[in-house]
Ligand binder design. Structure first.
Ligand code: NAG
Length: 161
């Protein structure tokens, strides 16, 4: 089965590609996430088993785009973190869902240079989120004005690394 999997994904891509009118999350398992992010860069990191958190793009205008580490489901368009994105030209909105517990979160990276928060997370049903890997994560809505933000997600506890 394993040997046929890449072929299946490839075939699905061809079948689905005429339907892909949205901006897309692309998969790049070789993407290197910088340790320190610059202004205009954003990351969604998953602590624990990354395949247990399905990340998807929330379709707004302009469309959300990102490079994520892997594909979780080609049909539902859910992806495995980490995801790397740019806020230089547009707002980017994502949904993250824990797959073996009820938690989920909406993550909004605001466009560079806009007044107010750079990133907001809205956590539901007990997912832990945070922006700093030296601090415990929290089960609540959070926001930051920091530039170059890493959003950390954990479905099991408040550990940020
Ligand atoms: C979190 O944010 C959402 C959207 O702004 C709001 O509807 C909700 O009440 C907030 N939840 C908490 C616990 O503050």
């Amino acid at each position: 089965m394993f040997l046929f999997k890449p072929l299946t994904i490839f075939t699905l891509n061809i079948i689905l590609s005429p339907l892909l009118v949205y901006g897309e999350i692309t998969v790049d398992s070789n993407e290197l996430i910088p340790k320190k992010l610059k202004k205009g860069q954003g990351v969604i990191m998953v602590v624990g088993e990354s395949r247990n958190v399905a990340i998807s793009a929330v379709h707004r205008t302009p469309e959300t785009t990102a490079d994520c580490h892997g594909n979780i489901n080609e049909i539902t368009k859910t992806y495995e973190g980490p995801c790397f994105l740019s806020t230089q030209d547009q707002q980017q909105t994502f949904h993250a869902k824990c797959l073996d517990s009820p938690g989920s979160a909406t993550i909004v990276f605001h466009k560079d240079g806009e007044k107010g928060n750079t990133v907001e997370t809205q956590a539901v049903d007990g997912i832990w989120t945070g922006f700093d890997d030296r601090m415990p994560l929290k089960q609540s809505n959070m926001s930051t004005k920091k530039q170059g933000v890493k959003v950390i997600l954990n479905c099991y506890n408040n550990k940020s690394t």
